[in-house]
Ligand binder design. Sequence first.
Ligand code: NI
Length: 191
Amino acid sequence: MWRSCPYDLKTGLIAGHVPTSRHLSDLPTAFADAAAYRRMLDGGDPLLYQVTQVEENNGPGQLHYGLGVLHPGKVGDEYFMTKGHLHAWRPAAEVYVGLAGRGVMLLEDERSGESALVALEQNTVVYVPGYTAHRTINTGNEPLVYWGILGSEAGHDYGTVGARNFRQVVVEIDGSPVMMERTEYLRRIDQ
Ligand code: NI
């Protein structure tokens, strides 16, 4: 019960725990550029990320935590990203701790629709308040590795984000990550 658990920054794995793997085909609605998505899928089904969740302790005051490793790459102009989610119990906040690589978190307040892009990388910590959809995005050339730590009551709601998606996309323009309205980006790539 009282023990420390080694983890590996290179592989993003925690000793004794099995990761969940997400491939490109597991994110059918996340990427805006449907043609680029299909082209990449035709060429294979790359591993986008792995998350190793530790959810052994449950009940009031208990914590869950997970180690994420998100690989670098792009679908069209959009960087590799996680599915993103809200917490099933909406008031639940979460802390993300950047360990390696370079990336951002896309945050969207479910109540106001407001969005923000914040850095997630080594030596950064991000507080994700309740009611906030959050997605991790690798904007660098190395795996992005991070901890997510949250209350055991939080739970995950992937369905809401999967169905209506984030309003903003994060795309590379002139070599830099830019947040833009999904509808605006779709207009651009149609041209
Ligand atoms: Ni979360």
